[in-house]
Design a protein around this ligand. Structure first.
Ligand SMILES: C[S@@+](CC[C@H](N)C(=O)[O-])C[C@H]1O[C@@H](n2cnc3c(N)ncnc32)[C@H](O)[C@@H]1O
Length: 398
């Protein structure tokens, strides 16, 4: 399949150009200049518009084209484009591998590794090299676009999950049967294996963990968090990532942005840690709406069922979002259920997230909501507003 030969009519071309422009705005806000400039250029380039148009509509976001290129570079494809990707330079410097050998790099060496440029200096404009790379690797990219989905697993979100689960266990003094809907590789189910710095010198969670999550607390206080007791950890995903497979792990890394080395390294260390805990999380492949009722039934009744989803709702239609809420209501007639979600309220109207206290609106925030459900009655509280990757949090629950 030659994706570049895909016919694109005028309205579709404008729609895809708009996707590139929109993504450029999003990544600019996060200082990801390399991706911002690539997307600006791509929004005016018929070949790159055609490439993204070849992707099925439910995956048609610039992220997938960018991830496909990032993946090939991380795998060792030689190109001047690599010099714009600090992540690629890092892996190349760590690996000492042959060009066609696949590896995520020696994970555990990450903290002591001298980092390549962090992207704080102006990286220049990589667009011309990016376009040439896509032309040169058109067939490989087309195969990736046809077979992969954009898949991230953002453990920074655990900065909200950790204190939120403490709130749940204060209400329900039982070990938790924890279910993560849309769990990707299941890394957020290992939240209690990571150390957290909420500002100051104190570390919450697993104090000695080599996986460290730093989160700026902009409102409220998060300290002395009690780690809940977890009876079981189940993840459901349409395409669960198998971290024992090097290519899968590399794809997860490739879905990250190339200039935030701290985030990239944190994920590498979390992958490493998860590989040391292979039996801890059970991952189920399937649709979350279909799998949830059976998972609830098989969770022991001497545990408290806690279902969570983080940045998954945007992939569901409003009707599916409402169905998920309805399934949780139905389960709650058999047993109390806690529903924890961290989602964009604008993309998930079907979840009926309550407003922030005092109607405070936090620009670009993810709403962290705890909904305690019994006999079909929902008692939802907005615990926090947080950065989509957990860089900061407004903790309302003090
Ligand atoms: C943006 S990722 C978020 C992953 C993870 N929750 C996190 O916060 O890092 C969304 C995940 O939801 C999964 N997903 C989307 N719709 C799904 C569905 N209907 N059933 C199961 N998984 C789904 C995708 O495969 C993907 O792994």
């Amino acid at each position: 399949m030659k994706a570049g030969l895909h016919e694109v009519d005028e309205p579709q071309s404008e729609e895809v150009a708009q996707l590139y422009r929109g993504f450029s705005t999003v990544v600019s806000r996060e200082s990801e200049t390399v991706y911002a400039r690539i997307c600006d250029g791509a929004s005016q380039d018929p070949f790159l518009i055609s490439l993204l148009s070849s992707v099925p509509r439910n995956q048609r976001r610039p992220n997938i084209v960018l991830a496909a290129v990032h993946f090939l570079l991380l795998k060792g494809a030689s190109s001047p484009l690599a010099s714009y990707f600090p992540t690629v330079q890092l892996i190349a410097s760590l690996d000492g591998r042959g060009d066609d050998e696949i590896s995520c790099g020696p994970f555990s060496s990450a903290p002591s590794t001298p980092a390549p440029p962090t992207g704080k200096d102006d990286p220049g404009n990589p667009f011309t090299e990016f376009r040439s790379f896509c032309k040169e690797h058109e067939n490989e990219i087309a195969t990736l676009l046809a077979t992969r989905a954009t898949q991230t697993n953002e453990i920074g979100r655990c900065a909200g999950i950790l204190p939120a689960l403490e709130v749940v266990t204060n209400d329900h003094v039982m070990p938790l049967s924890l279910v993560d809907l849309g769990s990707s590789a299941g890394l957020n189910l290992l939240f209690d294996h990571y150390g957290y710095n909420f500002g100051g010198s104190q570390i919450e969670g697993a104090v000695n963990s080599r996986v460290r999550i730093s989160c700026e607390v902009r409102h409220g206080v998060i300290s002395n968090v009690t780690i809940p007791s977890i009876a079981s950890r189940v993840g459901v995903d349409r395409r669960p990532i198998d971290l024992s497979d090097e290519e899968e792990a590399l794809w997860l890394l490739a879905c990250q942005w190339p200039q935030d080395l701290e985030r990239f390294n944190r994920l590498r260390l979390a992958i490493d840690l998860a590989r040391e805990l292979p039996e801890t999380v059970s991952l189920i492949q399937g649709d979350l709406l279909e799998e949830l009722p059976d998972i609830a039934l098989s969770s022991p009744f001497d545990t408290h069922l806690c279902v969570m989803n983080t940045w998954v709702g945007a992939y569901l239609s409003v009707d599916q979002q409402e169905r998920l809420r309805g399934i949780l209501s139905a389960i709650s007639y058999d047993r109390p259920v806690s529903w924890l979600f961290a989602e964009s309220p604008y993309e998930t109207p079907g979840f009926a997230a309550p407003a922030s206290p005092g109607g405070m609106s936090v620009k670009g925030s993810t709403a962290l909501v705890y909904d305690s459900i019994e006999h079909g009655v929902h008692r939802a509280r907005r615990l926090a507003d947080m950065h989509p990757h957990g860089k900061w949090i407004h903790w309302w629950n003090n």
